[in-house]
Design a protein around this ligand. Structure first.
Ligand code: GTP
Ligand code: SPV
Ligand code: MN
Length: 573
């Protein structure tokens, strides 16, 4: 159909990847960076019209419309295949098709799923080599696998990078993903959102497990015990930052440490011991560049100092390094912006795209967990939901039980970010941070969450956090980043029955004394009380929004969630 001139199988060897880098350099698709300062790092610029995920052009083409649900775009798969076939027809003429066998999580893991991505982009090959396990090693496991649903077929063609004909399409019943007319991250690295969330969430429902938009971290206490939690925040709301958190001095001195297992996606299964176990299906980070610096997230910055690919950042021509807003206070003088134009930082126009990113191997992260590649994963003691809310949501609260926790996840709302095209800063409902990533009807997804609760004898406790409450000047009140450790400490203690809490209409909140603010000059006890407060009037408004949102799901909304909503309304008086 795509009629490539040549077909190249990716074997995963350094030799082959090296040859591809050379070819990509020669074609001007990537730019080599400073060999001493950023060894084996490259810069890439996408088309100006192609800088983020495109939710309005993303489809879940299940056979029946009702299986895709009210929150996804849908088209009859027969129609969609026919439409796309025309676009793919001859799309690789004059180009090479690369065949990338890849595995999500280590191929030997019982969680593992396999895929093949066909693409005409070397940039995609190089990124997939960082983000997933690729090559001949995977083909062997794929050969040995007996379950047809272990294999997903991915097709990507750049075509003309034509916005009007850009499609990111999942066919869940066929285990197939077809992507065309984009060259940007989440649209084209098919192992990430398309497979590991949209297709995998569908497979997980059928097979009794969960694919979630969650980071996974291990919190080591002074006794050397490591306790794990998973957290779902919408895109560009702080997963990578939290996953690699460096505890404040007072915690470090006592011996607390955070270990990163994953920064974006978790696959969760009930283990033989009755706990919920998680693996990170990915092998690398595709992290937001702006705002990443040695203070906010040193571990992320240190992860991308070699073997990394930077997309849509500033190119410092003096020493062939990269820069972005928030890296440091010294923007380069002689530089090109993300579009490749001469750029003057004094112009006031940002040089890096707000959704510019780095791709880096996870094993380069200084705080990568020893369990990062453990085939069985790690046991999860707490699940944390969160988003950007200027008001309403307190710094942290705990749900009363699993079902109430599912309710808390289902009513999540967050201000939109630059990770997806469209307006930024608009509050929208984003249940479990999965609105753009759920591969089936969201009502059925809620039912699956409730069902899973019955199947986990020893379920994690469920929490909600909000690092983003603002004051009257619109400034964030909570310092965030490393200081989020103070909240994690309470969360983990609660999960193990080691901390107190107060009742509130929305769930358990910490008593202000329960959050350690020692050494935190910017936060007084009064400010903390404010951050933890639950404003009944704001929550009554919130309830109206939830009713509206729930109405979308009709009969598919589990009755249990309506009961939880009614209970909340009653508690608010
Ligand atoms: P995706 O990769 O799109 O899924 O994003 P993410 O959820 O991993 O978000 P990331 O950690 O990259 O953070 C995105 C933005 O939020 C960055 O600009 C961060 O600086 C900012 N951020 C992260 N954590 C905090 C925090 O605790 N407080 C504040 N105020 N900002 C934060
Ligand atoms: C997100 O938007 O949640 C990301 C980046 O992690 S992308 O791969 O583009 O989806
Ligand atoms: Mn993400």
């Amino acid at each position: 159909m795509t009629k490539p001139d040549k077909v190249v199988w990716i074997d995963g060897s350094d030799k082959q990847l090296d040859e591809l880098r050379k070819e990509s350099l020669a074609a001007g698709e990537i730019i080599a960076l400073n060999k001493e300062k950023l060894p084996d790092c490259f810069l890439h610029r996408t088309a100006v019209n192609d800088v983020a995920r495109v939710e309005h052009r993303t489809f879940i083409c299940s056979r029946k419309k009702e299986d895709s649900g009210p929150t996804n775009n849908w088209m009859d798969p027969v129609e969609m295949y026919a439409k796309l076939r025309k676009l793919y027809e001859g799309a690789m003429t004059g180009r090479t098709m690369y065949v990338i066998p890849f595995s999500m999580t280590v191929p030997e893991s019982p969680f593992a799923k396999f895929g093949i991505e066909l693409t005409d982009s070397i940039y995609v090959v190089l990124n997939m080599a960082i983000m997933t396990r690729i090559g001949t090693r995977v083909l062997k496991c794929l050969d040995a696998s007996k379950n047809p649903s272990d294999f997903t077929k991915g097709l990507h063609a750049k075509a003309q990078i034509d916005e009007e004909n850009r499609y990111i399409v999942q066919f869940p019943e066929d285990n197939a993903i077809w992507s065309i007319n984009s060259g940007y991250g989440g649209n084209v690295l098919l192992g990430k959102k398309c497979f590991a969330l949209r297709i995998a969430s569908f497979l997980g429902r059928n097979e009794g497990w969960m694919a979630e938009h969650m980071l996974i971290l291990g919190l080591e206490n002074p006794k050397g015990e490591v306790r794990y939690l998973a957290a779902a925040f919408p895109s560009a709301c702080g997963k990578t930052n939290l996953a690699m958190l460096i505890p404040p001095e007072i915690y470090k001195k006592k011996g607390y440490k955070v270990w990163c297992v994953g920064d974006d996606i978790a696959w969760l299964r009930v283990g033989p011991d009755g706990r919920l176990w998680a693996v990170n299906p990915e092998a690398g980070f595709f992290g937001v560049a702006p705002g990443t610096n040695m203070k906010s997230n040193p571990n992320a910055l240190l992860s991308c100092q070699k073997n990394a690919i930077f997309t849509n950042v500033v190119h410092n021509l003096d020493d062939d390094t990269v820069w972005w807003e928030g890296l440091d206070k010294n923007p380069p003088k002689n530089a090109l912006n993300w579009k490749g134009e001469k750029w003057d930082s004094a112009s006031g126009v940002p040089g890096a795209h707000p959704n510019s990113r780095f791709t880096a191997p996870a094993n380069q992260c200084p705080c990568i967990s020893s369990e990062f590649e453990a085939p069985q994963g790690v046991p999860i003691s707490a699940i944390v939901f969160g988003g950007r809310r200027a008001k309403t949501a307190p710094l942290v609260y705990q749900s009363r039980d699993w079902d109430h926790g599912v309710f808390v996840g289902s009513i999540m709302a967050s201000e939109t970010t630059a990770a997806a095209s469209g307006a930024v800063g608009v509050v929208r409902r984003d249940p479990m941070a999965m609105l753009p990533f759920c591969g089936y009807h969201m009502g059925d997804y809620f039912a699956h969450w409730l069902d899973m609760g019955k199947k986990i004898p020893n379920p994690p406790k469920i929490f909600n956090v909000n690092w983003f409450r603002t004051n009257d000047e619109g400034k964030f009140i909570w310092p965030g980043y490393g200081d989020n450790m103070r909240v994690l400490e309470w969360i983990i203690a609660r999960a193990f029955g080691e901390a107190e809490a107060d009742e509130s209409p929305i769930g358990y909140v910490p008593h202000p004394d329960d959050i350690n603010i020692e050494g935190l000059d910017e936060i007084s006890l009064d400010a903390l009380k404010g951050l933890l407060s639950v404003d009944k009037n704001l929550w009554k408004e919130e309830v109206k929004g939830i009713h509206e949102f729930y109405a979308k799901f009709g009969d598919k909304l589990p009755a249990k969630l309506n009961e939880e909503l009614a209970a909340l309304e009653k508690k608010l008086g």
